[in-house]
Design a binder for this molecule. Structure first.
Ligand SMILES: *Cc1c(COP(=O)(O)O)cnc(C)c1O
Length: 302
């Protein structure tokens, strides 16, 4: 709403993501244009973005998968050259950095998620990050049911009234209090998760050397937040066997997204640009392993 996305506008995004990435735009009548991901990080392949741009393109939405940053320098450069907005889906990216810059602080706009499945939680919830001053005033209005109530409280207007479209996007006090406590522990939570992540990584090295699986790849310029530990198996059949075997041993491991371009709504509202090979491979081969803050050290159970 804040980006003023209109019916028929096109928004470039990966297909290997959660539905909210696309819904934010299809709710405005825009068309998601799905671009394939890189085979190393499963983030949008920045080298494919430019060829997906048309005169209807309004924004690029990089999703920082597993809290590992997209190639933001290249993406910001493309956006600048074509006068497009960059809206980071940093739902998984809190406390991660790209070239020492926090994720969510690089694009014009960004969204964080505090859903229960994320690192820092409030049950449901999220935050809009605004890195471009021209959006601030209208964001306050949209958040306050389309009124200028925020300006009124600052004494900038003498009565408040309905000035634009909006809704109630405020968290309740109780949710905000819960989230505040999480924020105070954000450093500790991230360190604990990173500890578990690195234990997985070390223990699975042996299996990678034997070419049984592939471990996550984190580019040099990315410091991640251990949002997720995943492995890649050789095929869908292989992964199905591993899931079954883990389940028999009381371990709940899950695969991730059905690509949006092959979902019923994705076909109806969006369109893929070019091959989706890496997206389809990730969807077939990637397996998430349990990782949560209350988990015991892995070597104890090993
Ligand atoms: C969790 C997630 C979202 C959605 O977050 P909500 O808080 O449920 O709206 C969006 N994008 C990605 C990549 C996510 O992982």
């Amino acid at each position: 709403m804040l980006a003023d996305i209109k019916v028929g506008d096109e928004v470039i995004m990966p297909s290997y993501t959660f539905v909210s990435t696309a819904n934010a735009f299809t709710l405005r009548g825009a068309v998601p244009i799905f671009v394939d991901v890189r085979p190393d990080t499963f983030n949008i392949d920045e080298s494919l973005i430019e060829s997906a741009i048309t005169e209807r393109t309004r924004a690029i939405v990089p999703v920082h998968y597993a809290g590992v940053a997209c190639e933001m320098d290249a993406i910001m450069m493309i956006a600048q050259q074509h006068n497009l907005l960059v809206i980071e889906d940093a739902a998984q990216g809190i406390m991660s950095t790209y070239k020492d810059r926090p994720l969510g602080s690089i694009g014009h706009l960004a969204a964080l998620s505090f859903h229960e499945t994320k690192n820092i939680i409030s049950g449901e919830g999220g935050a809009l990050l605004i890195n471009d001053a021209r959006f601030v005033e209208r964001a306050e209005v949209i958040r306050e049911k389309g009124t200028n109530r925020s300006q009124f409280f600052r004494g900038q207007v003498d009565k408040y009234t309905w000035v634009d479209r909006g809704s109630s996007y405020l968290p309740s006090d109780i949710i905000a209090a819960f989230l505040y406590a999480q924020m105070e522990e954000a450093e500790l939570i991230t360190q604990r998760r990173l500890g578990l992540w690195h234990q997985y990584h070390e223990l699975l090295h042996y299996f990678e050397m034997r070419q049984i699986l592939r471990r996550p790849i984190v580019p040099m310029e990315c410091q991640h937040n251990a949002h997720m530990y995943y492995i890649l198996l050789q095929s869908l059949e292989h992964r199905t066997k591993v899931i079954h075997h883990l389940k028999e041993n009381g371990i709940h491991a899950v695969f991730h997204y059905v690509p949006l371009h092959s979902s019923p709504a994705g076909k109806r509202f969006g369109r893929p640009h070019g091959s989706m090979k890496n997206t389809d491979n990730a969807s077939d081969q990637l397996l998430r392993l349990p990782l949560w803050i209350g988990m015991h050290g892995l070597e104890k159970n090993y």
